[in-house]
Design a protein around this ligand. Structure first.
Ligand code: PLP
Length: 389
């Protein structure tokens, strides 16, 4: 069902609306017959469509087409990368440790194919940024490590110092994986500057369809062992017939996202106006990661005594969709591991709301939020208006 006009969608980090261009191409492709692995005309047409999408995704990542392997989404891309078994220059290479950030997405926290005994956590500063001093010490001891750090956090938008991390990992002879699911289309993707061996992408965060993603490698000579076996698709890196319509939509969305770099300043303006308005009503609000580099589209804040769970229901009744913490953890009342790692106490973490914007966000969305916010504060905790910062 298309979104109603009076519905305000502020949850792009959970999933962005499908871009019209992506939808049109997907609908067209759904009428096609043919498996991209077949040699007949229909198969070759399917293959051409997939390869065109591969070009578009590679271009978003400023890399070569062959670097892109299509998978079912960010979770599968992460799961594929997080393996002790890699190939390096044609020879098997075994990594016996996984070092991952404390605020990673649950699909990285799960550790992929590393046994629990080989997983270590890199702590973050109070602003959400990786502790580089600790990472340096961790890299100085032990065997070859795979380091996995997200480009930008899904809950707070905090951006990691990837070039510094990549240089440290390279000096230590480790491999570097970056979960760029929230970053793609929202900040510059530069695998060379990051010295990232592999990055994960997901189409539905920037206007592509759900259920499509990619693992992109910097060099096809250094690749993780495939997760899915049993077929030669994707150059033997991911077995199984490709989800052609989703891949085509992914490509079109990537091409649109690539053209939008100037829109980031517009989104930052919307986000800043929202945060100023929230703070005007509740001076004691905590804005997580405020002092760190952040994505332009994300704001995560907690106003004292305004339970996120209750506020979300109140916003929903006003036909407004936002989130508390990550989408994967909403629905169950657990405290965000991201905010906990940043040192937030439980009471504050339970008040954390996340607003995330994207390609179709408008001034009117922020106007409406700022109209409803004071009403919600007055209903849930009028005291929050009087509490000084
Ligand atoms: N990584 C991050 C940082 C995410 O935010 C998400 C989804 O929210 C994922 C990975 C998983 O992506 P997908 O939903 O495509 O499996």
């Amino acid at each position: 069902m298309p979104q109603a006009k009076d519905h305000v969608y502020l949850d792009y980090n959970a999933g962005a609306p499908l871009r019209p261009g992506a939808r049109e191409c997907m609908v067209e492709v759904l009428s096609d017959v043919g498996n991209a692995s077949s040699v007949h005309t229909d198969g070759r047409r399917a293959r051409a469509r997939i390869e065109a999408a591969r070009d578009q995704v590679a271009s978003l990542c400023k890399t070569r087409t062959r670097a892109v392997t299509f998978v079912s989404g960010g979770t599968e891309a992460n799961m594929t990368a997080l393996t002790p078994n890699w190939q390096d220059q044609g020879a098997p290479y075994y990594l016996d440790r996984l070092l991952r950030g404390a605020t990673e997405h649950p699909s990285v926290v799960a550790g992929g194919r590393f046994p629990a005994s080989q997983q270590e956590v890199i702590p973050v500063e109070a602003n959400g940024v990786i502790r580089l001093d600790v990472l340096k010490d961790m890299l100085a001891v032990g065997g070859p490590a795979l380091v996995s750090v997200m480009a930008a956090n899904n809950e707070t938008g905090v951006i990691s110092p990837l070039a510094e991390i990549g240089a440290m990992v390279a000096r230590a002879g480790g491999f570097f994986h970056v979960d760029a699911v929230q970053a793609a289309g929202r900040m510059d993707i530069d695998m060379d500057a990051w010295q990232a061996d592999a990055i994960s992408l997901s189409a539905h965060k920037f206007g592509g369809p759900q259920g499509a993603g990619a693992l992109v490698v910097r060099s096809t000579a250094r690749v993780p062992a495939p997760l899915m076996l049993g077929g030669g698709q994707e150059n033997w890196r991911r077995a199984g017939t490709e989800n052609m319509a989703a891949i085509v939509g992914f490509g079109v969305a990537a091409a649109s996202a690539e053209k939008e770099a100037l829109d980031w300043a517009r989104l930052a303006g919307l986000r800043d106006r929202l945060e100023a308005g929230v703070r005007e009503i509740c001076p004691a609000v905590t804005i997580f990661g405020e002092e760190a580099p952040r994505l332009a589209n994300t704001s995560c804040f907690a106003a004292p005594g305004i339970s996120a769970e209750t506020a979300l229901i109140a916003f929903d009744l006003e036909r407004m969709s936002l989130s508390s913490g990550s989408a994967c953890s909403s629905g169950k009342v657990s405290v965000s591991h991201v905010l906990t790692a940043m040192g937030a106490d439980e009471a504050t973490a339970r008040c954390a709301l996340r607003v995330s914007l994207g390609w179709n966000s408008q001034d009117a969305d922020i106007d409406r939020f700022l109209e409803v916010w004071p009403q919600i504060v007055d209903r849930l905790n009028p005291e929050a208006r009087n509490r000084a910062a």
